[in-house]
Structure formats: C-alpha cells, structure tokens
Design a binder for this molecule. Sequence first.
Ligand SMILES: Cc1cc2nc3c(=O)[nH]c(=O)nc-3n(C[C@H](O)[C@H](O)[C@H](O)COP(=O)(O)OP(=O)(O)OC[C@H]3O[C@@H](n4cnc5c(N)ncnc54)[C@H](O)[C@@H]3O)c2cc1C
Length: 399
Amino acid sequence: MRIGIIGCGIAGQAAAIALARDGHDVTVFERFAEAKPVGAGLLIQPSGQLAMERLGILDQVKQWGAPVKRLCGRTTGGRTIMDLRYAKFDKQAQGLGLHRTVLFQALQEGLAASGAKLVLGFDVAKIKDVNAPRLIARDGRAEGPFDLAVNCAGTHDTLRKALNVRMDDPIYPWGCLWTILPDPTGAFQEELRQVCESTQIMIGILPVGRVPGATFDGNHVALFWSLLHKQYGAQRNMGIDALRSRILHYWPEAKPIIERLHDINQFTLATYRDVRMKTWRDGRVIVIGDAAHGTSPQLGQGANLALIDAITLASALRRHRDAESALMAYEKMRRPHLRYYQWASRRITPMFQSNGRMQGWLRDIFFGPMAKTPGIARIMRNTLAGVRKSPFGVWKMPD
Ligand SMILES: Cc1cc2nc3c(=O)[nH]c(=O)nc-3n(C[C@H](O)[C@H](O)[C@H](O)COP(=O)(O)OP(=O)(O)OC[C@H]3O[C@@H](n4cnc5c(N)ncnc54)[C@H](O)[C@@H]3O)c2cc1C
C-alpha cells in the first residue's frame, strides 16, 4: 500500500518502521523543518520494551537508559502512597528510564534503514477525501492520494476534529514543569520517586540514564513539578530561587539534584489532554498514538501505547488484504487495552493533580494499604507494567 503518515514523533516513526519493513511504500510528513524529540524523560514499561524489541531498537536504547525497579510515592509527611516493585510482577521485569533523544535517535536510524521516506517542513492542514486521502499542507502543497493515511500528530492534533467521528479533547488544567539534571551522587537511580502534598503539590524524579551530547557523562534524572498551567507565568516571575526553595522545602533529600538548578529557563512547561474518540478510523484514515488517545502522563503509558499501536497496525495490515478490514481489525485489537488505560488515567489523575482535596485525602488513606493487598497489588503492578486490558484481563502483543 501507499501509506502517508502525519507526524514524526514516537507513533509516526514506529509505524513507519513497522509498515515499511512489511513492504509498504511509506512517507512520513513532519511539520517541523527538523525532526526532533519533544518532551520530558520517559519511563518505558515492559509492554513498551516488547514493542521496541519488535522494532529492533531495544538493545540500542538500553545502552543509554537506566533500569527502574520500583515506583514509590509518599506524602510530605512520610506516609507511603505507593510502593510497587516490577520484580513482583515478573522476576526479570523492570522499567526503562530514557532521555527522549535516545529513543528518538534509535527510531530515526530504524526509519532510515526501513526505506520509509521523511518529508520535513510539511505542516498538514487538511486531510482531503478520507476514502482516497490526500494531505494538504498549510503552504498549499498536496501529497497523495494514499491507500491509507495514519494520523500520528500527537495530543494537540488539530486534524482529528475534521473527521466524521464523535470526539472530545479537553485540556487538563494541570500540567507540569520538567527538566533534565545530572545525578552526580547516584542517589536517585533505580526508582521513580514522587512526593505529594494533597493534590496540589507533586514532585517526581525519574532516572533517565545517560544523555547524548551532555557535558556530564554519568546518569541523569528527569525532574517534574506539577502546576496549574495558568500559573505558569507567575511561577516564572517568581524565579528559580523561589522554585528551588519550594522543592527543597517539600523534599530536602533532593538537594544534590536541585543544586544543579540555576535558571528558570531550564524548565519546560508540558500540557496534556484527555482525548476521547468514539472510533479511531474514518474511511482510509486511522488515528494512532496520543492523537487518538492522549491522557495525562500520570500512569507513564503514552509512549508505550503509541509503540504498541504501531506494531498492531502493521499486524492488522498483514492479516487483511483491504485497508477497511485491516482498520476494523486494528480497532478491535487495540480497543480493550487502550480503553482500560484511558479509564484508569481519568480515575487516577485527579488524585494527584486537581483542586479536589478529598481525592488526595482518599489517596493517602487507601493507596498504601491497597498496594499491600495481594489481589489488588497484582492488578496495580500489571497496570503499571502496561499489560492490563481490564481489571481481570491481561493484554498480549499481537504476532
Ligand atoms: C510531561 C510528560 C511526561 C511523560 N512521560 C511519559 C512516560 O514516562 N512514559 C510514557 O510512556 N509516556 C510519557 N508521556 C507521554 C508521551 O510523551 C506521549 O504519549 C508520546 O510522545 C506520544 O507519541 P506520539 O507520536 O503520539 O505524539 P508526539 O510524540 O507528540 O509526536 C507528534 C508529532 O507530530 C508532529 N505534528 C503535529 N501536527 C502535525 C501536522 N499537522 N503536520 C505534520 N506533523 C505534525 C509533531 O511535530 C510531532 O513530531 C509523557 C508526556 C508528558 C507531557
């Protein structure tokens, strides 16, 4: 098939590799003049690692990434909110903390080797005729018709609204500031840690391993600071000293990391949406990745789900001769897994980022004991590992 992919992010590149390897004629269209990673450090779950293995990039990214064996969260008062160990899910299992550049470079090399073409500076403004899709750029250029168009334009995608699909994509009022910092003492390795106070304060530190091109050659961490994005301007005006003092006030042990903060511009604001689409297809157009099912990053699943979408789409196209049947099969294969994580994310996000103090209070009381109750702890661990498709069902990667 002649396939046009919109967006050279995680979903777009993974789909291009998987589809081009199967012999399709694939072109990726990216709006930026230079393809580059966007966003914070990533925690790749065992499910996402399986997808990377299929794409042939797992060994490469592992050389740079950092193993994450445990996820632990506590209140500023020292009460445990969660303590989940991957080894209890499976002895060999662990998360993989990565700087985005590492994943991006591995995907770029895979893309180049797969034979897929990449067109930069092509900002798709419109998909014309969904049954023989043509991609129209903002500057008037047109490409197509394609046998299939794959929309991988990310959570803030503007194209999905024009499809004949019932959808909604409200932006969360809460976002986060993030930065990447060296971990010179190694004190923050092997665990994703979070410190919370009610639902208004949340600080996270995720090991992300080595960073290509960084002056510090050792391991780094991603630091997250939750905030209402309408307060972004005020937070910036307060300056770096005020933010540093606030973080240290809630988390004094983070000093070796926080000492490396010297400029508010080290931080980037990330915003996220809750993307809901009744169906992900319209004619010969399919939406995958965050464009189809963006969530808040609270469960650390978005990149994993995007990689799995790509593998599943290629699998569906191998099994079905015509595009329509393949897209129906794709949707059937992905629906339970994706719906479960969208549901779980909607439930959990307000317990960590919202104005609802009651939700924080319930979290502080129940989460710790739940994580120690055998049946519930297993569901929580599988959910974290990315392999649940319902509270009682386990997801499996397609052939
Ligand atoms: C703060 C934060 C932390 C996160 N942490 C994690 C984590 O630990 N683990 C995890 O699994 N996930 C995490 N995520 C989620 C993860 O980043 C996303 O799920 C993932 O990037 C989705 O990939 P994507 O390819 O769908 O979209 P994106 O990576 O956003 O890529 C979209 C691409 O499409 C391009 N594009 C957009 N519009 C157009 C257009 N009209 N024409 C052409 N090109 C276009 C963009 O320029 C971009 O290159 C996090 C997200 C945030 C915000």
